[in-house]
Design a protein around this ligand. Sequence first.
Ligand code: NAD
Length: 477
Amino acid sequence: MKPAHYVNGAFTVAGTPFPLCSPVDGQEIGTVPEASRETVDEAVNAARAAFQGAWGQTGTEERCAYLRRIADGIEARFEEFVAAEVADTGKPRELAATVDIPRAIGNFRAYADLAYGLSGRAYPTTVPAWSGSGQALSYTVRRPVGVVAIIAPWNLPLLLLTWKVAPALAAGNAVVAKPSEETPSTAALLAEVIDAVDLPPGAFNLVHGHGANAAGEHLTAHPGVDAIAFTGASATGSAIMRNAAAHVTPLSFELGGKNPALVFADADLERAVEGTLLSSFTHSGQICLCTERVYVQRPIFGAFVDALAERARQLDGYGPMISAEHRDKVLSYYRLAVEEGATVLAGGGVPVFGDARDGGYYVEPTVITGLPQTARTVREEIFGPICHVAPFDEEDEAIRLANDSPYGLAATVWTNDLSRAHRVAPRIDAGIVWVNCWNLRDLRTPFGGVKASGIGREGGEHSLDFFSEPVNVCVKI
Ligand code: NAD
């Protein structure tokens, strides 16, 4: 694989190449060009020219038609996209084929619909005597922000990139996107699809490379960028924020999490166990929405934890950590948990397969108990297949434990008591609360976090709000 940059409607592999390795066996599967500061400059300048030129002249209907053609273009190359996502991430094919790529297609279709259906507001305004009396009409129109930088992580590479690219283009912005250095391939395929639908040159640009002191930082610190939409780690968000401060560049941040699940004694135990298995171990815990803290009401604590550990031990067919570095980080938390006094009920180590996967970056699905709320393992985002299960007695205590975190992205509540569900959900510090389910997403709904988990909301009109500026026009009648 040799992903290329896409700048001003042309593909280029300018820049020093770096290796791309398969997380499944550690073998090199391709090289990626590192975008230099000059390449980032060219991309930002091309985006500016497009915004001021042909792309800036397009109407909503035309832009929505482009989005639909992009969706069709991904769909037509579905298997290629799935294969590229699987090769870069090592995730099970089923996950890429049922979640990542369909959602990327869905993102373009959803934003074609949403942008087309969007309208401004109008207010009949009474004109005061000092201004001549009578009536005026105040109405709002949306203007695109301009050139937007989009930075995506490696866990859901195309899904999260397109979750921003689609609304940014729908709102009329010109885009410079940078995927994660670990997972450039589906973004490169997206550029090919966008090229094939003849989007005006410069409307969408793609640069590859690393983050700090590299392409990512060059892009987000660039004075020619009018807004930054970023998904990634909270620490990276802070670094981007410091750079963005120089130009007061608006930011949309989707950051880390340490998501709680609350399991009440009145829950359907089987459903709660299955649901927690899914929420803690899907994509080997490498989804920002994954559960890492489980609080279980004491009467069912023993039965829950035994069943969860048993299922976790039986899991197979799971994927690896994204990189050796990330595997080492996750394993360092497995060791830390034991040092902090945890009881390991399932996993805790590295699986042995007896095949090529032993050269890859796998860790075992892990269930631990016995740590205090103050333990680092319970407070810090690990981003791997591990959850800590702790008991609670009262509803208020469960809410207090859930909220005792620097993060506030998502939470899951398992209960059969309808009143409790409605009572508890809004009291949790999180942008998203799922009741008796996990990761069900309606793309029209807000998505984002509170506290260190982010700034702003994506989804539905929220993304279009970020990627456009309302202008109030007041006409005296
Ligand atoms: P990361 O922050 O290391 O990298 C994300 C992206 O930022 C990459 O493209 C990287 O190259 C770039 N980057 C890194 N440093 C940069 C800098 N100084 N300036 C500009 N760009 C820079 O995150 P990751 O390891 O790729 O992803 C995992 C993290 O992302 C986890 O913390 C996870 O919770 C979070 N995440 C959040 C959401 C959400 O929606 N809230 C979704 C997925 C992942």
